[in-house]
Design a protein around this ligand. Structure first.
Ligand code: CA
Ligand code: CA
Length: 156
């Protein structure tokens, strides 16, 4: 009897371990749009989109904008709803060069998404975004130069 329950607990631990691993594998959140060349000396920002069917806890997640040797880390918080959009601002003190690659890391530091390197010196209301939302073939073609839609669905 004791042995049985011991096995039961072990199985339960293995099972919850698998659940935890699945939780970490949620690669359903993508970088959906980013503004590295904002108009009027504005703040750079990055929009993420949850392509999945479950809310994702963003505690401990991080966006990093890299324009070597410069890096701009943006810690995330809260959670993102299924098919939801969220935009996170960089720091106002950052001087936008219009260049950069954007990375998204989950709470364990695993790279969840990465954009192509972009260069945009227009300092206009246009941004780079995935059209349609969440399009991910891991090529430059995933991102179109489009009218900014911060925190909303992307439209050409
Ligand atoms: Ca812009
Ligand atoms: Ca958008």
């Amino acid at each position: 009897m004791k042995l049985k329950s011991g096995i039961g607990i072990k199985a339960l631990l293995v099972f919850s371990g698998l659940l935890a691993i699945c939780g970490l594998c949620m690669c359903d959140v993508v970088i959906n749009e980013f503004e590295l060349s904002p108009p009027d000396n504005g703040t750079v920002w990055v929009e993420i989109y949850n392509t999945g069917d479950a809310a994702v806890d963003l505690t401990g997640w991080m966006i990093n904008i890299v324009d070597k040797p410069w890096e701009g880390p943006i810690p995330l918080k809260g959670s993102i709803e299924p098919k939801g959009f969220l935009a996170f601002d960089g720091q106002e003190s950052w001087v936008a060069t219009g260049n950069g690659t954007v990375f998204l890391y989950d709470a364990t530091g695993v790279e969840v998404d990465k954009t192509s390197q972009q260069s945009d010196d227009s300092y206009s209301d246009f941004t780079y975004g995935r059209i349609p939302d969440g399009k991910k073939t891991d090529t430059r073609a995933d991102f179109a130069f489009m009218m900014a839609s911060k925190g909303r669905s992307n439209v050409r």
